[in-house]
Design a protein around this ligand. Structure first.
Ligand code: PLP
Length: 343
């Protein structure tokens, strides 16, 4: 993990962009601080509830990358902002911006919150269309409690594109949408200081695109097999889920481990046992999984098997603690502090 952090900083720091890692992966203020100590500038979180926990733990230089919509969340945002003025948010609609403004202006807080326009650069998940960005910027500047500071455009659909050249070419197209929109807003008098984007699969392309000021990679710190298979081994798979062989009933070529769907998500394929070539994993319900092989050594009852997750973020969200080890000795235990914080 430390090597992954060093590699990311070594790669991106010379490119003169801010590195604001996405903490939706680690869900840990301790790891957030380690990233800042290594050179990051603050962090991103996906959700308001993650920001609440991070800020309470003393880490509040945060961009919340999902839109905050609805009266309950807006009340919570106001309370968060009351004590943590560095919080940045994104909006992608006039309705959303007006609601944030109303919540803040009726709170007695005078300072405006820093806002970025979320732009759709091809993912089609959230974000205004580029042609609607100017109108939204004009609407935001009419709102007393919002201060427009930048544009976010996340190209999540490109992170796992196989083949570096293809991924880079598609990323450059998305970045052109983002930087052209930012320039157009500046030409219309808006003070766009932040242009933020990028994940593990694209950060280096984003960072070398003129006009991009900040990148948001998250998964690089641990990786997972799906990412690894797509982008190669520059970052290593530094997190495994430790399981135990709890039964040998059934077949000579199969054992059952105590890791099923509650331990290892399957949305991006099945996990892989570490250093066990020829052995495959199949989930067998909530609590169990099979390890099976055609030829190979016996796996004894009680054996500990390290499983490499196929998709890191939802895997971490299923577990309470990290056990940080070096050469087989556990050095630190870190809570997954924002586990389950998906509101
Ligand atoms: C808005 C945003 N930025 C950055 C990231 C980080 O991407 P990755 O984990 O692929 O590095 C994500 C991940 O989903 C994201 O949603």
């Amino acid at each position: 993990m430390e090597e992954n952090i060093r590699k990311l900083m070594g790669l991106l720091k010379p490119m003169k962009v801010n590195i604001r890692p996405h903490l939706k992966t680690t869900k840990s203020p301790i790891l957030a601080q380690k990233l800042v100590d290594a050179g990051a500038t603050g962090g991103c979180v996906a959700k308001l509830s993650e920001a609440e926990v991070m800020a309470e733990a003393g880490f509040d230089d945060l961009l919340i990358t999902c839109e905050i919509v609805g009266p309950v969340k807006l009340r919570r945002l106001v309370e968060l902002f009351r004590n943590h003025r560095k919080i940045q948010i994104v909006v992608d609609s006039e309705l959303g911006a007006v609601a944030v403004n109303e919540a803040l202006s009726s709170s007695g807080i005078e300072q405006p919150i820093q806002v970025l326009i979320d732009l759709d650069v091809g993912l089609h998940r959230t974000g205004v269309a580029p042609e609607s960005a100017l109108a939204l910027a004009q609407q935001i500047t009419l709102l007393s409690h919002l201060r427009l500071i930048g544009v976010q455009g996340y190209e999540g659909h490109l992170q796992h594109v196989h083949g570096r050249e293809t991924r880079e070419a598609q990323c450059r197209d998305s970045m052109a949408i983002l930087t052209t929109t930012a320039s157009m807003l500046r030409q219309n008098g808006f003070d766009i200081q932040v242009v933020t984007t990028g994940g593990t699969g694209t950060a280096e392309f984003c960072a070398t695109t003129p006009g991009i000021t900040e990148v948001q990679p998250g998964s690089f710190i641990f990786m997972d097999s799906d990412y690894y298979n797509a982008v190669g081994g520059f970052f290593s798979q530094s997190l495994t889920i430790l399981s135990t062989v709890i039964s040998k009933s059934g077949s000579e070529h199969r054992v059952t481990i105590d890791a099923g769907l509650k331990s290892l998500p399957t949305d991006s394929g099945f996990s892989e046992p570490k250093n066990m070539p020829g052995v495959t994993y199949t989930p067998m319900g909530d609590e169990h999984g099979w390890l099976s092989w055609d030829d190979g050594p016996d796996v004894p009852l009680g054996a500990r098997v390290e499983m490499i997750p196929s998709h890191i973020d939802p895997t971490i969200n299923l577990h309470d603690f990290y056990y940080a080890h070096r050469k087989g000795v556990i050095e630190e235990i870190w809570p997954v502090a924002t586990r389950g914080k998906v509101q």
